[in-house]
Design a protein around this ligand. Structure first.
Ligand code: ADP
Ligand code: TRP
Length: 330
């Protein structure tokens, strides 16, 4: 059973990414064969500054390791380190019907908003299908918004198998992540890079404090009773606190006499404690880029070995021949 998932390096990871995705990926690394990759080819459709992209990829690797991704249990690699994925994308592209992509939401949403889309965005689900199929993945942990892409992947895999009358491709299933607790951002809306309301996991303490202090609240006075259920500060506190701690703070909200500033301070302390060990690990990893490079190199080797095997099966099935070349087939 192979678990595989990818995450785009389009900025630093925030609390929404952690609670909605990353910590759940990490939980799956123990009992399954797990492949996790940093989707830099996907990020190219939005990040157009090379230095930024390099930085985001490096930070993503360090962040994931610091947060508990264990290279002894899971294979961590960078998408573009396995060039076989782009070749498989082409093989899949040749059997992809336009209407399948036209209904995919990333493209459809952009078009609906009158924004010009490029072919990269339009064909993004095909690259994602190749990401999954290249490694014979069985189970793909993803958020709700990605289920459609897993369906496209199954469609394409099935169509290829059917057209070439083979069983070369394994059809994956989505493992839908629990995102019932949608993490709110500093403005109370869903936390997302696109809304500029994120709280990044590894912000230095001072900036973290500033971000938390910027969370929007209503204008009730200190002495007024407050409603914990509608308050983003309380919702964020819940991520870090035990049920007893949550109950205690909820009681103080309802009783009045406590200002939002105090609740924000509790969120800051709880976040620092919760991510404390990860912050320490991150500082050590930051100082050991050889180790991080090594993890990614080994990850790429493992992924590439599997990827070549599957791509070879696909090449054979579709009738591509391979003329042996001297010495450049590394
Ligand atoms: P962003 O919206 O900041 O660009 P991504 O789309 O890259 O984040 O999200 C990566 C993963 O994190 C996805 O699985 C996504 O569903 C999850 N995620 C992002 N924001 C949140 C949130 N506010 N609450 C729960 N999960 C989230
Ligand atoms: N499209 C996913 C996202 O934006 C990231 C991703 C790319 C992915 N390829 C994947 C996830 C393959 C799972 C499997 O969140």
């Amino acid at each position: 059973m192979r678990v595989l998932s990818g995450i785009q390096p389009t900025g630093r990871f925030h609390w929404g990414n952690y609670f909605g995705a990353i910590h759940q990926y990490i939980a799956l690394q123990n009992n399954e064969q797990a492949f996790y990759f940093i989707a830099d080819l996907h990020a190219l459709t939005t990040v157009r500054e090379p230095d930024k992209l390099r930085e985001y990829v490096r930070d993503a690797a360090i962040d994931l390791l610091a947060l508990g991704l264990d290279p002894a249990q899971a294979t961590l690699f960078v998408q573009s380190d396995v060039p076989e994925v782009t070749e498989l994308t082409w093989l899949l592209m040749t059997i992809t019907q336009m209407h399948l992509l036209e209904k995919c939401h990333a493209y459809k949403d952009k078009k609906a908003r009158g924004i010009a889309a490029d072919a990269g965005l339009f064909t993004y689900p095909v690259l994602m299908a190749a990401d999954i199929i290249l490694y014979d993945s069985d189970l793909v942990p993803v958020g709700n918004d990605q289920i459609q892409h897993i369906e496209v992947t199954r469609d394409l895999g099935q169509r290829f198998n059917h057209l070439y009358d083979t069983e070369v491709f394994v059809l994956p299933n989505a493992h839908v992540l629990d995102q019932t607790a949608k993490v709110p951002g500093t403005d109370g809306e869903k936390m997302s890079k696109s809304y500029n309301n994120t709280i990044e996991i590894f912000l230095p303490e001072k900036q973290l404090k500033k971000k938390i202090n910027s969370i929007k609240t209503d204008s009730l006075a200190v002495e007024d009773p407050k409603n914990p259920e509608t308050c983003p500060v309380f919702a964020l506190y819940k991520l870090f606190a035990t049920p007893e701690q949550q109950e205690e703070l909820a009681g103080r909200y309802r009783a009045g006499g406590m200002g939002y500033g105090e609740a924000k301070k509790l969120v800051l302390d709880a976040a620092l404690e919760f991510f404390g060990p990860a912050r320490e690990r991150r500082a050590r990893l930051e100082a050991d880029s050889d180790y991080v490079q090594d993890v990614l190199r080994q990850g790429a080797n493992t992924a590439r070995q599997k990827g070549r095997e599957v791509l070879d099966r696909a090449r054979q099935a579709s009738g591509l021949t391979r003329t042996p070349a001297d010495g450049i087939d590394g």
